[in-house]
Design a protein around this ligand. Structure first.
Ligand code: PFF
Length: 516
């Protein structure tokens, strides 16, 4: 490669950066929500199965693709797929991954800024005070509808601007100088904050009720396909797989550096944060303090109700409510920012490497996209727009790209060579059974899950009957916007390859190729 690519400064750094991407709102809000809605403890069975047959193999696959593509000057799924499959369609097909992460970023960054706002209002005491009066739902509503003002400007807008600026500032410092440094500081702090809350919750009187709800399985949930789909979806979301993010982060790993153990370690860290911290804070605490009846609301109120309404309401019942509220929202904010950085970095890589824009221009453009789209999401305080974007980005596209990836690799790549490539510099040997899993089990299971998911969840969503009739026009508008973005992005891919003649880069030596 003519131009030297950025790389991580240390192997601990890359593990923490990937763990930072994985550990996010998905662990602390989405996971307990999914668990409560899908059979309580019974959910853990499909969850662990999905982790073993989909999560881990796809992670290894993505680390492998990423490191390989990085060595050839590419850090995005389109760049990687182009060198791997050497067919023009491959890069367009893989745009699904970048669209998934782009769509997720539209709302995720806004939620992250809400966390920051909640940290602020925990400090000022307004949030704990309103929560103590049973008004945490009202607080949430007021925050979202811009009723709180700072210097006469809606507080939500100020925190949003701050959050976007902070993200872009860190990205501007580069992979090792920005993302890695921040992950090294924030990940230990995040774990520490999580442990503080965990200890607090586990020492609450009556918490057994909550643990019982969490771990007593309702096995009837297991015969519903929806439980299995939810488990697979959660595994994708939480491990940040199926969206080109791991491909991108792994592209900054040096060619002979370990990826087998790094992937495993990052995933193990994520699972600790998800199952132990995420799974044992909100639900047991709610059951202990607000009673098990409140859990039914939790199950129905979904992810946001949990984090923004139930949790402050619950914390308000404790001594030092303000302190715990600060700990909780800082935890969420830190979890959020290490994730959003990983959503933006693949785009920066696309802009700088495929379109050859300079890094400053790339960050400016990304900031404009983040601000515009975040505002678009924020303007609908009913959160329907967010929900719709999450459906496409955070559910459908992830699963779709994961399936495409697993099937293409099983059918087009020489698995012997791929396996050797994966183990270059590897500190552990992956159990050989995983070669079989990657070739047969993962793609088959994913095709089945994707199919099942389209059949069960698809119609109501595709036809919009999922939404009340009066919101359908605005959902349609959002859809038109998303489709335009998808088309626009694919045009950019076409333009990038046309103008920068990427095919020159296909001079990969035969020994170097993992192609059949
Ligand atoms: N894994 C993150 C979470 O669990 O919250 C979500 C996420 C991170 C999604 C990075 C997309 C992404 F690019």
């Amino acid at each position: 490669m003519s131009q030297k690519r950025a790389s991580w400064a240390s192997s601990l750094g890359v593990i923490l950066a990937v763990a930072g991407s994985a550990v996010g709102l998905g662990n602390f809000l989405r996971f307990p929500g999914q668990l409560a809605q899908n059979g309580g403890g019974a959910f853990m069975i499909p969850y662990f199965i999905a982790l073993l047959v989909i999560g881990l193999p796809i992670s290894w696959l993505e680390w492998n693709i990423g490191r390989y593509a990085g060595a050839h000057g590419h850090g995005t799924a389109p760049g990687a797929f182009n060198i791997l499959f050497r067919k023009p369609w491959a890069k367009y097909l893989s745009s699904v991954s970048m669209l998934a992460v782009l769509f997720i970023s539209f709302y995720y960054i806004y939620l992250e800024s809400v966390m920051l706002g909640y940290v602020y209002y925990s400090f000022t005491g307004l949030l704990p005070e309103m929560a103590a009066n049973g008004q945490s739902a009202e607080f949430f509503e007021k925050y979202l509808s811009f009723e709180f003002k700072l210097f006469n400007i809606p507080a939500a807008a100020i925190f949003f601007l701050l959050t976007v600026s902070l993200n872009m500032f860190v990205l501007g410092k580069g992979v090792a100088g920005g993302i890695e440094k921040l992950a090294k500081v924030l990940m230990p702090i995040l774990m520490f904050l999580g442990l503080i809350l965990l200890v607090r919750v586990l020492t609450l009187p009556g918490m057994e009720k909550g643990l019982a709800f969490m771990w007593n399985p309702d096995f009837s949930a297991l015969i519903q396909p929806k439980t299995w789909l939810a488990a697979a979806g959660q595994v994708f979301f939480t491990l940040s797989i199926g969206m080109g993010v791991i491909i991108n982060y792994a592209s900054y790993v040096k060619r002979d550096d370990d990826i087998t153990l790094s992937a495993l370690t990052a995933n193990a860290t994520n699972e600790f944060a998800e199952v132990i911290l995420g799974g044992m804070i909100i639900i047991p605490a709610t059951a202990a303090i607000l009673g098990t009846a409140a859990l039914t609301d939790v199950a129905h109120g979904g992810t946001f109700g949990l984090g923004f309404i139930t949790m402050p309401a619950m914390l308000a019942q404790l001594p030092m409510a303000g302190f715990f509220s600060i700990v909780w929202f800082f935890l969420l904010f830190f979890a959020g920012i290490t994730s959003t950085l990983s959503m933006y970095q693949p785009m920066i890589s696309f802009f700088t490497e495929e379109l050859k824009w300079d890094p400053k221009k790339s960050i400016m453009i990304l900031s404009a996209i983040a601000l515009l789209m975040g505002t678009y999401v924020a303007l609908d305080s009913s959160l329907n727009t967010l929900d719709e974007i999450d459906f496409w980005g955070g559910n459908f596209f992830l699963l779709l790209f994961g399936t495409i990836e697993a099937v293409l690799f099983a059918t087009h790549i020489n698995s012997e060579k791929g396996w050797l490539e994966l183990h270059k510099g590897g500190r552990i040997n992956i159990p050989p059974i995983y070669r079989f899993v990657l070739k047969w089990v993962t793609p088959t299971v994913l095709v089945l899950i994707l199919g099942g998911w389209i059949i069960t969840e698809g119609p109501a969503r595709f036809m919009m009957t999922y939404y009340a009739p009066e919101v359908r026009p605005s959902i349609l508008k959002t859809r038109i916007l998303l489709v335009s973005i998808a088309i626009g992005f694919n045009l950019l891919i076409a333009y990038a390859w046309k103008t920068h003649n990427h095919d020159d880069k296909l001079k990969i030596t035969v020994e170097d190729s993992i192609h059949d």
